[in-house]
Design a protein. Structure first.
Length: 287
């Protein structure tokens, strides 16, 4: 077997080639773009704010109209670590900002331009930037929350593995809650898939950056969400991670969004009262 009970690349690709799980993936890309254009026309924003030394290290900031410093939600986009940019996901700010939550869409370099370790470093640097610069956009650095989708869900989980005091000199509890949507927590299958020529994952990276095998001793509340129409492997990745998380005595929950596939599972960010967004906002308010 290559991985678990999968004997061939074709079997793994059937689960992880998400383009083939919907009739036309461009429908969702077009939807993201159209909704982001609306958000840019309606909400205050500052695009391409640097958080690190390379050109790819920038964020798009959507401040909130709030009485006093606002909680901050960092959103990490998906794309299997090899595609997409923060600018395509401005629409995720609509729901949170409408409820007084400043939203920051994080950009990062992609494989194969950089290795996975560099992507993880960049995303961690974006959290440090938000902590140090929250006041500049009306945010509260003591109320930082993170959410990510797909590869972004994986990257959000790696933030929970971080030694913030030891590596950054920042509070251990810098992140107050995390939401991983359709995340990937065991990287073991990816070197065997059609994506490997672009990802170029090494087995050392698989070992170091699979959150399933690095459950922290302390962590904020975690929400794992996925669509009911997603491939079974996508569901299993979240279910197995949640089981390990809770077995370690950490706080976590699961949300299955019925009727949603891997691409429209995040459209709930458009509406503060949606099942997904209301759950995230509830955790932000409770922190």
């Amino acid at each position: 077997m290559l991985y678990r009970n999968f004997a061939t690349q074709e079997e793994l690709d059937a689960q992880y080639n998400l383009y083939n799980t919907v009739p036309d993936v461009t429908v969702y890309s077009d939807f993201y773009a159209a909704e982001t254009d609306k958000v840019l026309a309606e909400l205050k924003h500052t695009l391409n704010v640097p958080y690190g030394p390379t050109l790819d290290e920038h964020v798009d900031v959507y401040p909130a109209d709030a009485d006093g410093p606002a909680p901050v939600l960092l959103y990490i986009h998906g794309g299997y670590w090899r595609a997409r940019t923060s600018g395509e996901f401005g629409f995720v700010a609509r729901g949170p900002v409408s409820e007084g939550v400043a939203t920051v869409s994080v950009n990062y370099s992609l494989c194969p331009k950089v290795k996975l370790a560099e992507i993880v470093r960049q995303v961690r640097a974006s959290v440090a930037w938000a902590y140090e610069n929250a006041e500049s956009f009306g945010g509260d650095r003591d109320r930082i929350h993170v959410a990510g989708h797909s590869a972004g869900g994986h990257l959000a989980a790696t933030l929970l593995m971080t030694d913030w005091p030891g590596d950054y000199g920042l509070p251990r509890d810098i992140i107050k809650s995390a939401t991983c949507i359709s995340g990937l927590f065991d990287l073991g299958p990816f070197p065997y898939t059609f994506m490997q020529p672009q990802l170029q994952f090494t087995w050392e990276e698989v070992r170091l950056y699979s959150p399933l095998f690095h459950i922290p001793k302390e962590a904020p509340p975690l929400l794992l969400a996925y669509g009911g129409e997603e491939p079974e492997e996508m569901k299993r990745q979240s279910d197995e991670f949640l089981a390990a998380w809770k077995e370690s005595g950490l706080s976590g929950g699961r949300m299955v969004l019925d009727g949603k596939n891997h691409y429209d599972v995040i459209d709930g960010f458009l509406d503060a009262e949606s099942e997904l967004c209301s759950a995230i906002l509830g955790r932000i308010r409770a922190a």
